[in-house]
Design a protein around this ligand. Sequence first.
Ligand code: RIB
Length: 307
Amino acid sequence: MPHDIVILGVFVADAAFRSDRLPALGETKIATGFTLGPGGKGSNQAVAAAKAGGNVGFITRIGRDTFGQMGQDVWAAAGVHALVMLDPDLPTGAAGIFVEDNSGLNAILISPGAAGAITQADLTPHAAIITGAKVAVTQLEQPIAVAHAFLRMARAGGAITILNPAPAAALPAEMLALCDYVTPNEKEAEALTGIAVTDVASATAAAEALLAMGVGKAAIITLGANGALLRDRAGARHIPPMQAGPVVDTTGAGDAFNGGFACALAQGMEVRAALDFATAVAAISVTRQGTAASMPTQAEVLALLQR
Ligand code: RIB
């Protein structure tokens, strides 16, 4: 079955704790809140794209366990077509997430579990879907070599390729050259380019370095509460943030942005309109607790864009 959007990535269960601050080493602290829910960057992006109106196939590996079932449930509810390998031995992974009470900012420790064992051979059964997609998206939570192979297959099929290079890593130039778009945050942009990103000017410099390293169409650097920076062949443009309500939890905002961007490109929007759509998806997501659970519907996104 063909899909407009194909995403390779990780599903994990997110164990998210809220507190006024992180505990120090050796300290025990009572949290102000806790949620257990579906996460993993690739899965979150697939859920975001599907809820925003995309026809999405998601390639991953999970264990035969309760967390794996949580993934199957969230994909079914969002309308994501799960292209899933069930690992015979390894468990589904988990992420420990700290969310700061006042700001909604987060820090994440992830163990990818079965998804960390995805291999290039796992892509082969889905080759027709990868080469037939309009838009292909991946990240770096599964092995980088597999993300690289996925991008190569997608590029050979003519898909628009998007790499969300998270978590931060240095990457070979030949891998960046397979990407039409890269979408790092400030820290990820610094890991790729060596340029510390602290404002729009340094983001522009890092984005230009990424184009010089071989990125095809544009580097888009997400800047948290400051929106995003687009640098394409036409020049640089600051994409301002949108407000959809009080910020509760920023975890997964980058995934909301990437899923929304992929959805908009697959619908034929040009890049600037697609970034407005992505910004709206992210703006709504941060007003809600959780990651996959915070992704808005297409109707909610369109309502915000018309406001
Ligand atoms: O981007 C947020 C995601 O990063 C969380 O859902 C967590 O699982 C980690 O993968």
